[in-house]
Design a protein around this ligand. Structure first.
Ligand SMILES: O=C(O)C(=O)C[C@]1(C(=O)O)C=C[C@@H](O)C=C1
Length: 428
């Protein structure tokens, strides 16, 4: 399958949804809204129980406007009137399953009734959920998409940005993107994109990442002059590559499977790729070394993104991701974090990124000079659902201390057993 590439055609003004489909979407939305309105979820600061309220609370909670490069981004990322993007015809693909198409066998009667979470947001074009990921087939992100959504149609994209746009333009129903790895750390680009775009986190998936050193058949380790891979993969295998005694330079490329494909298509006999065993299979490479990550329990955490948030629940462990900033910078961090500590809410992740709108804050002191403080945006994940009163109270308090606060999503935690096999659960 050809990857969707970053394409200027994606940048027009409205998603192509035929009017019949719009009516259908409207009906679905109405049905879902009625269902949600009977929910008794309460939110702080006058946010009520309706789905609309929940959506607004997932947008900017703070009254102060935040515009992280919003103007320029709005221009470049608004949707397209193009009818096809690399073979993905938006009008066609959004069609409902045609009546004459063979229908899947009817579901066994034991199947659980649909819940609100199942209904929101449903794929609108047929039976397969279309999930955008960055990379080419054989990438770990593809495996993550398949773990998150059993039997989905995984749609390769050449950049993270394109995966966001694919969902925004209804070319895909979800995007699955890596945000952090247990060895390599955060994938900063995706933190920045989460803020810049208006998609919602609706789930997470943790994927054990098992790297292999791949080369063309007949190539031996001694012949190698270069190892190429995604920068995360290179960093996750840094020590092992050194220990293997390879006399190689390391070069970063866009994704692990793309590296394997590059070695194969260019018939490179002096170059190895770090990628998955599946990539070896797909691109006809040999595995020279297996399990070369520096730690055997190497895990990457991916988030699933959708156009609409899911309704938070309390019947299973939930995580909530927020992003905030303050005019006085890092000095508020302790106060913000104490809002969680006092309520026994555990934090699972803190990340800071440069405040691109206002990267430096000057503080003048007539006696000693001018201090130049770097400004940050903070991302926090905490273990609670926004349906819990303690989480709502914590956020109400956080709002007091921040100039900008946005809930990126409240979603079920990945609780699959350690090293679980692929696709053993389904997510929203
Ligand atoms: O290159 C890939 O295969 C990816 O899916 C990307 C990615 C990443 O961005 O971290 C995903 C998982 C691994 O940690 C290595 C690379």
């Amino acid at each position: 399958m050809q990857a969707i590439s970053h394409c200027p055609n994606l940048n027009n003004s409205s998603p192509l949804i035929p009017s019949s489909k719009r009516r259908f979407h409207k009906l679905i939305r109405l049905a879902v809204r009625c269902a949600y309105q009977s929910d008794s979820v309460q939110f702080p600061n006058g946010v009520g129980s309706s789905r609309t309220d929940w959506q607004s609370s997932c947008a900017i909670i703070s009254s102060k406007v935040f515009s992280q490069h919003q103007d320029s981004d709005d221009k470049s990322e608004s949707s397209s009137a193009a009818s096809a993007v690399n073979g993905y015809k938006t009008s066609l693909d959004l069609n409902l399953v045609p009546l004459d198409k063979p229908q899947p066998p009817s579901k066994p009667p034991t199947q659980k009734p649909l819940t609100i979470t199942d209904l929101s947001p449903a794929p609108m074009h047929g039976s397969l959920l279309r999930v955008a990921y960055q990379g080419v087939p054989g990438a770990y992100s593809e495996a993550a998409a398949e773990k998150a959504y059993l039997n989905c149609e995984a749609i390769p994209c050449d950049q993270f940005e394109v995966a966001f746009q694919a969902v925004e333009l209804w070319i895909a129903d979800r995007a699955v993107l890596p945000v952090e790895n247990s060895l390599g750390g955060s994938i900063h680009r995706n933190y920045d994109l989460l803020l810049r775009h208006r998609l919602h986190i609706v789930g997470e998936v943790q994927l054990p990442v098992h790297h292999c050193l791949l080369a063309l058949p007949g190539v031996r380790k001694e012949y190698l002059a270069r190892v190429i891979s995604h920068p995360q993969a290179l960093s996750q295998c840094e020590n092992t590559i050194t220990k293997l005694g390879l006399n190689v330079t390391r070069e970063a490329v866009d994704d692990t499977a793309g590296a394997a494909e590059y070695v194969a298509t260019n018939n490179l006999r002096d170059t190895a790729a770090i990628a998955s065993a599946r990539a070896a299979e797909l691109y006809g490479l040999n595995i020279l070394a297996d399990g070369i990550q520096d730690d055997s329990s190497n895990v990457t955490r991916f988030v699933m993104l959708a156009r609409e948030p899911i309704i938070p629940r309390t019947d299973r462990p939930f995580k909530t991701s927020i992003v905030f900033a303050h005019e006085k910078g890092t000095s508020v961090l302790f106060k913000v974090l104490s809002a969680f500590a006092f309520r026994n809410i555990s934090l699972t992740k803190i990340e800071s990124r440069p405040h691109r709108d206002r990267p430096i804050r000057l503080v003048d002191d007539a006696n000693v000079g001018t201090a130049k403080h770097f400004e940050y945006i903070f991302y926090v994940d905490f273990e609670a659902s926004m349906a819990e009163v303690r989480a709502q109270n914590a956020l109400a308090e956080v709002q007091e201390f921040t100039s900008f606060l946005r809930v990126l999503g409240s979603y079920p935690m990945d609780m699959t057993p350690w090293c679980s096999s692929r696709g053993d659960h389904q997510n929203p």
